[in-house]
Design a protein. Sequence first.
Lengths: 356, 289
Amino acid sequence: MKLFGTFDVRYTQCTAIFRTLTHKITFVVFLLVLCFLPLIAGEQLLSLLTHIAITSITVLGLMILVGYAGQISLGQSAFMAVGAYASGLLITLCGFPFLLALPCAGLAGGLAGLIFGIPSLRLKGFYLAMATLAASFIIPWLIVWVRPDITGGVYPGLTVPPPVIFGFTFNTETSMFYLVITITLIMIYLAKNITRTRIGRAFVAIRDNDLAAEVLGINIFKYKLMAFFICSVYAGISGALWGHWQRALNPEHFTLMDSVWYLGMVVVGGLGSIMGAVFGAAFIRILEYFVTAVAPILEGWLPEGLAGGYAIYIFVGLGALTFGMSMILFLIFQPRGINHAWRVFLASLRLHPFSD
Amino acid sequence: MVFFLQLTVTGILTGSIYALIALGIVIIYKATRVFNFAQGEVLIISGLATTTFISFFGIAIGLISGLIVSFFLGLIIERLTLRPLIGQPILATIMMTLGLSWALRGVGSIGWQSTIRQFPEIVSHSQIMIGEVGISRIHLIAFLVSMTVFVLFAIFFKKTKLGLGMRATAENHQFAQSTGINVKGVFAMTWAISCFVACIAAILLGCIGGGISPTVSMIGLKAFPAVIVGGLESAPGAVIGGLAIGLLESWAGGLIHPSLMEVTPYFVLLLVLFIRPYGLFGLVRIERV
């Protein structure tokens, strides 16, 4: 968002992350707020923010794949499972330090993605969606049945230790919040840089017209594979963080339906915008939190026969319906997502009173 | 040997249900180029609605009104969710059916509270013995019903005006429109018919399992491999694909390891994507990059 009198005279200015002093000040204020938030916020709010941040990482990966490269993956949560188990097992079995296990988890997620992605990425159309659909059933099955002695199977699952960096143990909600937010900011920065450089422009070219992209000399298969690899790496890192945050892993936490949620966040946030991934993750997670918070209030209003044991199903259904409807409504009425709405809002503020 | 034959028979009979669900997906994909990821959820909703109607009006009227309601459910879904997306990229329609699957799941959970709804025993569960292989009567009837549905659809697509219109729409939307076919009407009818077929599948599943519960949507997910194996555009392919998936899953589960039942369809899916991505009977117009 450029203010009046700000002109781009060089290409680097146009693609700069922070263009004006206002941007820089806003960003510093935002960082300060994040730094001092744990002093005033309760555990519940911190836990919600941590959850949003972890989700943002996986949605960022999906945003690069779906929003920039135009491919669909239905296996995001399966690749998160790969990352979570890789990090957990590397630390407990091989004694890796956390800072080494985290990139390894990302790499493991990425490699798992490549195995499933290579055959279908050669094809046009939505075959990647089908291959990753298969992945989201095969990977949990492998986790449960291949070596249940080391992964713990479905029960009791795998216990993951809290992250330790240079002797400091991140075992409280507050310390975990700082760790996760730091990693999320780094991942946002990386994603932003991927999309505003050569690779990102190649992705956009493939998404918009693959034939034209090929004529321009872009190796489509290579870049599609790269987009999918990046997407799965993000999933792996996000999954690893989730595992260390929850400290207990179970294949049933990573289902096909969660992958659909992440896709929904991409749609709600706005396809083709890095900030959209964060907006989408925040919007859906806050909506989910809100539905859970409202549930006990609603319970009093339910008819006699439905209260008690059945109430829980109604609230679960309410959550599912809210999520599904928000995905549908955004696709019909605001296909460019929250990010676009936010930009329009900013522009109208700036142009006041000449905006409509 | 008897065990193997038994597995084969069970596999074919289960596969006929997958085939019926796959047929619903193929009908929609053929005419509208939308891959319906929500077919399993449509199946649950129509099945649950049918159980409610049966409990109010008795079996005969209940079944008929369930079928009619699912027909209209299809019309409503098409009008409210897919019609606004005509002309949008395939990505948007996939997202839409995925969102739809969550919305329908929510409706099912709110309306029927995720409990198993009993289905009346319309057909007895006794077994017919052929040699030493036992065939459950209800499975056999389900198999015959789904095969009848396929034959009826084959006739419908070849002989009736609406069926021919659907095939024309499948070929090319603009050409179909210029020959006077109401393409939007065809889209609506396609969804309605597909939901109707899903309701038949739901009734058969209810009869076999004795009830409908939301976990049934897992069966909808197994129809996707069936569709890919058979070929996206091919109705006979859906039948063969469904039967093949049922058969392979039954063999793998019975002969190798029971846990393989759940994942075999997806291994088959990956294998097909690797060697023959257009499926057994699909149109060979895959473009490679």
